[in-house]
Design a protein around this ligand. Structure first.
Ligand SMILES: Cc1ncc(COP(=O)(O)O)c(C=O)c1O
Length: 489
């Protein structure tokens, strides 16, 4: 155990060892039942007298933090200790620079309902707030078999760093999947990333500096807003209606605010579920081209369509190099894979690969190989079809339950795909005030404010995830939400 002891310090050595171990035990990094090194061994490692180590252990034992078992050794005690954890020199005092880091992230994180529902202690909580699909549908067994097959097939090479741009066969597979959706591209234009969050991060950091302006839909993906705030960008919002971004307002914003990047979610938008209309897609591309502004297209659930006509991806309409497209396997498959991708053409592609390299060298090659093995055998398409069938029923179940249990003045337009429904509460009601009442009833949702760049608009809005629960739980959850709205009124 490498305990840092300072022989110049006024604090006795036994006290330094005791404090180090005490902090580890209380913070949980030394788990209950962990065996501490034998006193003789630790004394030899630290080059100190064995009595010094024995004194440190004795002080910890006196406070019930460790137990000595005769003939066996000294172990971290299993119980939560009562004793406080003093830092050397008295009360905790972190270096000043830590405050700057804390303030920067505090400004970036707008929080959420996570934890509130659990804390309310309902025996059967129903979650509508999360941004993921139903983990009960994850193809875990198929993926385990794919991983095992890869380990047998590729051996050690499956555990290498791998190519920075991504495992070449997976990039070809992604190109085929995209082609089947009408976006023709090549493996050489694809960069595999750790989820699409990293893709958004790489693109925006490469194209913008702190203080630069980014144009986003208002509302938009809260995780992107958090990222852009953490990176110190000026965020300008453009309103969204049932047809997606209101491109009629775009030109003025481009002229006045000179954004360095337009971030958009054209399909089954997070949080509103809207799809950008065909003519608006063309307007967006034409304006972005006229004002020399790149577009970052986030297609996080483009495959999850339940009805209606598909629109071409912005990237598919791009004559070349104007749109950077990002996608992910998180929502269609499993978020824990952490596999997303960028499709980019022109010199920016190489810059992105270089930037990826300096950020994290490469995305896990083992997971990429497992994903490639899983997707190429066609199970992916079958899984997608199954998800779409189930999610369509759940969307319809939520729309029906809303009709049955929520006031008629709640406004909602069921989307043609994706994960979310966006609701507007009756005049004068606040979703922030509603949330604790809803949690007490045993249901939650994502309050609207988190999705707006100014953090103030959207107080009467909320986002409901309709793919996460069974139709029965959806009906019950919406009934509870209706009860909470009744109480709020
Ligand atoms: C619109 C959108 N884009 C990107 C992401 C990031 O997902 P991931 O990094 O898991 O691919 C999310 C996650 O919720 C999202 O909603």
């Amino acid at each position: 155990m490498r305990i840092p002891v300072n022989r110049e310090s006024k604090a006795p050595l036994f006290r330094q060892i005791e404090l180090y171990l005490r902090q580890g035990i209380i913070a949980g990094s030394l788990a209950p039942s962990t065996r501490l090194p034998a006193t003789r061994q630790l004394a030899a490692e630290l080059g100190i007298n064995r009595i010094t180590v024995e004194n440190a252990y004795a002080a910890l034992e006196a406070d019930g933090l460790v137990l000595t078992r005769v003939g066996s050794g000294t172990y971290v005690a299993g119980q939560e200790p009562d004793a406080p954890c003093p830092l050397e020199g008295g009360s905790p005092s972190w270096p000043l620079w830590q405050e700057g880091a804390q303030a920067r992230m505090a400004a970036a994180q707008n929080g959420g309902p996570a934890g509130m529902l659990r804390a309310a202690g309902h025996p059967h909580p129903i979650c509508f707030s999360a941004g993921i699909s139903d983990s009960r549908l994850f193809p875990a067994d198929d993926f385990r078999r794919a991983l095992q097959a890869v380990m047998r097939r590729d051996g050690i090479s499956a555990l290498d760093y791998g190519e920075c741009a991504g495992y070449a066969p997976l990039r070809s597979t992604i190109a085929h999947v995209l082609a089947s959706q009408g976006l023709r591209t090549r493996a050489e234009s694809i960069l595999v990333t750790a989820g699409s969050q990293q893709a958004i991060s790489l693109v925006s950091q490469l194209l913008l500096r702190p203080g630069d302006t980014i144009l986003v839909e208002s509302p938009t993906h809260a995780g992107a807003l958090d990222l852009f705030r953490a990176l110190g960008f000026q965020i300008v919002g453009i309103p969204v209606d049932e047809q997606g971004m209101e491109t009629g307002r775009l030109e003025k914003l481009l002229q006045r605010r000179h954004p360095r990047l337009i971030y958009t979610i054209p399909n089954f938008h997070n949080p509103t579920g809207a799809c950008l209309g065909g003519s608006r897609r063309r307007d967006l591309l034409a304006l972005a081209d006229r004002y020399n502004t790149p577009i970052l297209e986030d297609d996080f659930v483009g495959d999850l369509r339940y009805d209606g006509r598909a629109q071409p991806a912005l990237k598919a309409l791009d004559p070349g190099g104007r749109v950077i497209h990002v996608g992910t396997f998180s929502k269609m498959l499993m978020p824990g894979l952490r596999i997303g991708f960028i499709v980019a053409d022109g010199p920016v592609y190489d810059s992105l690969v270089g930037f990826k390299r300096v950020n994290d060298l490469a995305t896990s090659t083992l997971i990429q190989r497992g994903l490639e093995a899983y997707v190429t055998v066609g199970r992916y398409q079958a899984h997608l079809r199954r998800c779409c069938r189930i999610f369509r029923q759940r969307r319809d179940a939520m729309a029906e339950a809303i009709d049955a249990h929520l006031p008629a003045s709640v406004r909602v337009s069921p989307p043609h795909g994706g994960l979310f429904m966006w609701l507007r509460l009756p005049e004068g009601l606040s979703s922030v005030e509603l949330l604790p009442l809803a949690c007490a009833e045993g249901v939650d949702f994502a309050p609207g404010r988190a999705f707006f760049p100014d953090g103030a608009a959207g107080g009467d809005c909320m986002r409901l995830n309709f793919v996460l629960q069974s139709p029965e739980d959806i009906a019950e959850g919406i009934r509870r939400l209706g009860a909470a709205i009744g109480r709020l009124r």
